[in-house]
Design a protein. Structure first.
Length: 237
């Protein structure tokens, strides 16, 4: 969600990263653009640290620093949030913008050389021990796992088969939801719009998020090839 405090409204924190961090009592490490500034970093850190007293802002990574000397000067400004590292600008390692900024990364959009490059930079420029210490300060959570089928109860069992697409364009599924369908009696069958030539014979289709418009041609093809499904008494939206 964009910045740390950006949310569903301009005046509240509903749906923001800050809200989730407070729910979990998780410490926050902020990443901020430090290009062309020195003492201003102290004002930025002060704002993040004091804006919401219920939030634990525990560290800061300065992005686009000019040099090691620049990073030293930023630390010398004595910001209220400790600086746990920085990253110099490396245009050759920039990640390309993707569809809506959210399309799943693959080898074509994020090649391994970029990951390897940033891994090396991280080992050289970040205080990894300090970052790990911050992470380990988060309290232990309970009930963090998705429910299994035995934990779901319902007075309205289903008698149906449901198909869900499995492809790089449909990946926004929650295992908890799938377990609830199974527990209600649904048999889940996977299919891939980018691969399969027709829809499976099922009672319903469950499409997770993930940019179906990126597969418009494939979806149109299988729907045209599946008129039997569209006219079948078993068909369901």
């Amino acid at each position: 969600m964009m910045g740390l405090f950006d949310s569903a409204t301009p005046t509240g924190d509903e749906g923001s990263t800050a809200e989730i961090a407070k729910w979990l009592d998780a410490p926050v490490v902020i990443v901020t653009d430090a290009s062309g500034i020195v003492r201003t970093i102290a004002a930025i850190a002060h704002g993040f640290a004091r804006f919401d007293p219920a939030l634990r802002v525990a560290g800061m990574i300065c992005n686009r620093v000019g040099s090691r000397g620049h990073l030293d000067l930023l630390r010398a400004a004595n910001p209220e949030v400790p600086i746990v590292g920085g990253f110099p600008a490396h245009p050759e390692l920039a990640f390309p913008e993707r569809h809506l900024g959210l399309l799943m990364a693959d080898e074509s959009t994020v090649p391994q050389r970029l990951i390897d490059g940033w891994t090396q930079l991280g080992s050289e420029w970040l205080d990894l021990d300090a970052i790990l210490e911050i992470a380990r300060s988060a309290p232990q959570l309970k009930n963090i796992y998705a429910s299994d089928e035995s934990q779901v109860r319902s007075s309205s069992p289903l008698d149906a088969e449901s198909a869900s697409p499995t492809t790089t364009r449909f990946q926004f599924y929650y295992e908890d939801n799938l377990n609830r369908l199974r527990a209600l009696g649904a048999e889940l069958i996977d299919f891939a719009p980018s691969r399969d030539r027709k829809l499976p014979a099922v009672d319903g289709l469950y499409f997770g998020g993930g940019y179906p418009e990126a597969l418009a041609r494939e979806l149109s093809r299988i729907l045209r090839c599946s008129k039997r499904f569209a006219t079948s008494p078993r068909a369901a939206a």
